[in-house]
Design a protein around this ligand. Structure first.
Ligand SMILES: C[C@H](NC(=O)O)C(=O)O
Ligand SMILES: [Zn+2]
Length: 583
């Protein structure tokens, strides 16, 4: 390399080390606030965010002085990352963005809904517990509405201001709006991310439509035709989930063959005395069995795996990288764990993030990230596809009374339960950022925030609010990722990609038979293939990482469609007299 490139590479080395130290400091401040919500900790988050933003803007100006045209792809990639920013140089605007961010997350994480008796219920575990377990239509309506009334109105105006300030920062850096920057994380040519995910949705929509019709019929039978029509949109509060995003908690009322052996292990976990720590150790054992790393001691010392009873915390599960140097690793999970199968799944999801952090920790700081954000969301879920097979649950003693390969009826039950988590999620995973991209672009103005939110929920999910909504409400605020400013298309990407990953890993593990029975437990070969992709971090555009693990360079729904093929056939038969769809 030329002297100029030598100079640039020296500058990059210093940049990466300073970035690592500042990321570590930022993670510590955010961790302190997320595990102990106080004004003092919130103020520290704002200060650290200001400091990091100012430094990044200064380094961006320095970076722009280099002529990188003759430099290697790797050097160009790093400069490209450094010279992109969406932050305003106006310190007051940056401070305000950070302040509103902490205020909105605090409203979400500390709001409660109070009963006439005066007892106040938290979202997690109280209100979510009602949505998951109650089969009383009116009690479900109360919990669904009370949460939205508690958080929506206080957030609405703040959110509008937040969006405006974020857009000013984006526009100051030459972007049309903040949405362009968010989509930029996928490095799609000519900003074609939405086109790409729309294409994937068109291919999976028929499967979702079949599931929707089947569940609508079952809910109508359960709650009565007067409450749930067997045509059109389904009331949004009957799916066992506060946001109707995943429907696994109503498996017991939609199960196709009720006399088959049960496959939900939540009760067994309680009976066998599982506690959060044992759930985490169980998850760790799977990752280690395929050759990934055990959690370091600091993980066990510093994680927060149960809700503390002496302070306010952000309960929404998350994994944390403290960007330490290899050998001094500090990675954690923060989660208000409950002993059930849903949280066992979440633990695998969060630990998948941690395994990614561990596997790419030798990378330059700029590359200590997922190939794209969807990859990061897919790691743990891919592993959980193996864990949730009845075969694996039997191996670890959570399912007893099943023998070998079960008959068709058992497999339909199993596929239906998985579809309630994975297929049901697809339209939800798509619409959240469709709403936000249009809010950022100004296509959805604050006076229409709620109307357009429900138009998208009705169009993509085929659901409707159980009670009248107006633009005085702000229902988007009821979903964590909106007040926390966490992009969401990453989950849509993940819910499709994880089946591509599983298909590739199962082939590597020498699995034969249908994809949904595959368990890569103890396969060091499959683990090596996964690790090879994870170690790349963000060093290459994501199609290269996709190619490294699957041989394809696209997000391709054929794997999820193949996985659910037997179920789709069965559903089409079940639904032959149904009026499919909702438009
Ligand atoms: C699917 C997404 N997962 C996550 O936040 O970890 C959610 O919970 O909404
Ligand atoms: Zn995640």
């Amino acid at each position: 390399s030329t002297p100029d490139e030598e100079k640039a590479m020296k500058w990059l080395e210093e940049y990466n080390e300073e970035l690592r130290q500042r990321q570590a400091k930022s993670a510590e401040a955010n961790w302190a606030q997320s595990t102990n919500i106080t004004d003092e900790n919130a103020a520290k988050v704002v200060d650290v965010t200001m400091e990091l933003t100012k430094w990044s803007l200064k380094k961006m100006e320095e970076g722009k002085k280099f002529d990188t045209s003759g430099f290697s792809d790797d050097v160009k990639r790093q400069f490209g990352m450094i010279t992109k920013s969406g932050s305003s140089s106006d310190e007051e605007k940056t401070r305000k963005v950070a302040e509103i961010g902490t205020e909105l997350e605090k409203i979400y994480s500390t709001s409660t809904a109070c009963l006439p008796s005066g007892t106040c219920l938290k979202l997690d575990p109280d209100l979510e517990g009602i949505l998951a377990k109650s089969r009383d239509y009116d009690r479900l309506t109360w919990a669904w509405l009370s949460w939205r009334d508690a958080v929506g109105p206080p957030m609405k105006d703040k959110y509008a201001e937040w969006v405006a300030l974020m857009n000013e920062g984006a526009q100051e850096n030459g972007y049309a709006d903040k949405g362009v920057i968010w989509r930029g994380a996928y490095e799609m040519p000519n900003d074609t991310l939405e086109e790409m995910v729309d294409g994937v949705w068109e291919k999976v929509k028929p499967l979702y439509t079949q599931l929707h019709a089947y569940v609508r019929r079952k809910l109508s039978e359960t709650y009565g035709e007067d409450k749930v029509l067997t045509t059109g949109h389904i009331p949004a509060h009957l799916f066992g989930n506060m946001w109707a995003q995943q429907w696994n908690n109503i498996y017991d009322i939609v199960v196709p063959f009720p006399d088959q052996p049960a496959i939900d292990v939540s009760d067994t976990m309680v009976e066998q005395g599982y506690d959060p720590l044992r759930m985490f150790k169980t998850a760790e054992a799977f990752f280690v069995s395929i050759g990934l790393r055990p959690m370091p001691q600091t993980f066990w010392d510093k994680s927060m795996i149960t809700r503390p009873d002496d302070r306010e915390v952000v309960c929404h599960g998350s994994a944390w990288d403290f960007y330490h140097l290899p050998g001094d690793t500090d990675v954690r999970i923060k989660m208000c764990t409950k002993v059930n199968q849903e949280d066992l799944q979440t633990i695998h999801h969060e630990m998948g993030h941690v395994e990614y952090y561990l596997t790419y920790e030798d990378q330059k700081t700029l590359y200590r990230g997922g190939a794209n954000p969807g990859f990061h969301e897919a790691v743990g879920d891919t592993i959980a596809l193996s864990v949730n097979t009845p075969g694996h649950l039997k191996k670890i003693g959570l399912l007893q009374n099943i023998e070998g390969n079960q008959g068709t009826e058992f497999q339909i039950n199993e596929l239906l339960k998985m579809a309630l988590s994975k297929v049901a999620f697809l339209p939800f995973g798509l619409l959240i950022d469709k709403w936000r991209w249009r809010v950022f672009s100004g296509d959805i103005t604050p006076d229409k925030f709620n109307t357009e939110w429900w138009n998208l929920r009705m169009k993509y999910q085929g659901i409707k609010p159980p009670v009248e909504r107006t633009d005085e409400d702000f229902d988007p605020g009821a979903k964590y990722h909106i007040p926390s400013g966490t992009p969401y298309i990453r989950y849509f990407f993940s819910f499709v990609a994880q089946f591509q990953f599983q298909q590739a890993l199962c082939e590597e593990a020498g699995h034969d038979g249908p994809l949904h029975t595959c368990d890569i437990y103890q396969s060091k070969k499959a683990g090596a293939k996964l690790k090879n992709m994870l170690s790349m971090g963000e060093s290459k555009p994501w199609p290269e990482a996709m190619k490294a693990i699957t041989g394809q360079d696209k997000l391709d729904p054929s794997a999820i469609l193949k996985y659910f093929e037997p179920l789709e056939k069965w559903l089409r038969e079940q639904n032959k007299n149904e009026e499919l769809g909702w438009e």
